[in-house]
Design a protein around this ligand. Structure first.
Ligand code: UTP
Length: 403
């Protein structure tokens, strides 16, 4: 107990001492455990945020355009199919996010986008993966990343729906790590009377959490992991063309990309940074970079990432322990104070996240693989408007999915 008090005092969290004195039994034990699990280096980063602006020398990266892919797909497909059949490919579904913009309390994958009958996001993704499994006559191991917040719901939702026809023998769940959120003075805040507010540590923590789970040992043949976001309902997973092209390219990683539709589109683009593959965010680009054209008149920085990456496992293991930047973001989170839950009207806390796009740099070489936006990119971030349930429904219909 004294030890916990010392920890709180050392980290300037004296406001929690009265609560600590008031707690008893299981609540006290649980609170102590919450404090013990805090990564203080991350929780205090708001004081000295990492300098994330310092990019190296940025240059355009060359990649496979749709025309080139079409010309060479007969070469890529057998390589991809062979890798899938021999168990070298695993799929990783990132489903640990909170989907705050969608404003849906349950896990995003459990969102029903159907109109005349239920069509769940998880169902669409599993249907897409199942198509490849049929083509390759084997099941691709599917790892689902959840967080403390949605793990139980996600597992029971998928079990109740019989995993939408996917064999449970080929599905594994693992949880990502949680980090505390702090107010703008750096004070830990409460989510309920005896519980600190934690949030998932961002999608850049997926590999360290997966590796720590030990689940990869269940599928020892895996050499590549295809990591994808829960919210793109047109997502092609373990796509043999993409897999084959990435393997043949000799790169450590492949990234599905869509062509930017205009110079200032708000999407991160693949580039070279000091000669190494990297992603530059739209807000980091100068006007000159945004408008730069290549010899064919296309935007030079136009490969927009859609969160569908194929990572080489050996290279991932080599990068384990290497630093990945922590982003400090302002978020709106309900907090418990003076006996009641307060729903803020504007951002009220700092959240600490690592991002998967920062892993592209660690991989050093990445193949941009262009796909057609209308066929493979229907993200659901918001309820209405851009990247919304509405826009995704329209794209699903265009692709022949009955809603
Ligand atoms: P987003 O960046 O859209 O975050 O996630 P989000 O938390 O789902 O949504 P907002 O920003 O609160 O509205 C992109 C992908 O990364 C996953 C999400 O589940 C989604 O598949 N993700 C994000 C995680 O798995 N863990 C995280 O901590 C954050």
């Amino acid at each position: 107990m004294k030890n916990i008090k010392d920890i709180l005092l050392k980290h300037d969290q004296a406001h929690l001492l009265p609560l600590l004195d008031a707690l008893q039994g299981d609540e006290l034990a649980s609170f102590v455990q919450q404090v013990e699990q805090i990564d203080w280096d991350a929780a205090e980063l708001w004081k000295h945020p990492e300098d994330l602006s310092g990019k190296g020398r940025i240059q355009p990266i060359s990649g496979l355009t749709r025309e080139v892919i079409e010309q060479n797909q007969q070469q890529y497909i057998p390589v991809g199919v062979e890798a899938i059949k021999s168990g070298k490919i695993g799929a990783v579904l990132l489903a640990g996010g909170q989907g705050t913009r969608l404003g849906f309390d349950a896990p995003k994958g459990a969102y029903d986008i159907g109109e005349t009958h239920p069509v769940y996001i998880f169902e669409r993704l599993i249907a897409n993966l199942t198509e490849v499994c049929r083509q390759c006559e084997c099941w691709v191991p599917l790892f689902v990343m959840t967080s403390d917040i949605n793990d139980a719901y996600t597992r029971s939702f998928l079990a109740q729906n019989n995993y939408f026809g996917y064999p449970s023998s080929h599905i594994r769940f693992f949880k990502q790590d949680m980090v505390p959120v702090v107010d703008f003075e750096g004070k830990l805040v409460l989510e309920s009377a005896a519980k600190l507010a934690f949030s998932p540590n961002g999608n850049g923590g997926w590999y360290s959490s997966l590796a720590r789970s030990g689940l990869l040992k269940d599928f020892p043949q895996i050499e590549w992991l295809n990591v994808f976001a829960v919210d793109n309902v047109l997502q092609r997973i373990a796509d043999p063309v993409f897999v084959g092209a990435t393997i043949l390219s000799g790169a450590n990683c492949g990234a599905k990309v869509v062509r930017k539709c205009q110079p200032y589109e708000k999407v991160g683009v693949l580039c070279l940074e000091d000669g190494i593959s990297s992603v530059i965010e739209y807000y980091e680009m100068t006007d000159e970079m945004a408008n730069l054209r290549d010899g064919d008149g296309n935007l030079a920085y136009s490969f927009g990432v859609i969160l569908n990456y194929l990572f080489n496992l050996k290279k991932l293991n080599e990068t384990a322990g290497k630093h990945i930047p922590i982003h400090v973001v302002k978020k709106k989170v309900s907090i418990y104070s003076n006996g009641e839950i307060i729903k803020p009207e504007k951002e009220n806390v700092y959240k600490f996240e690592t991002l998967i796009l920062d892993m592209v740099r660690l991989m050093e070489t990445c193949l941009p693989f262009e796909v057609l936006r209308e066929r493979e990119f229907a993200p659901i971030k918001n309820k209405t408007g851009v990247d919304s349930v509405e826009s995704a429904r329209e794209l699903l219909r265009l692709n022949g999915v009955a809603l």
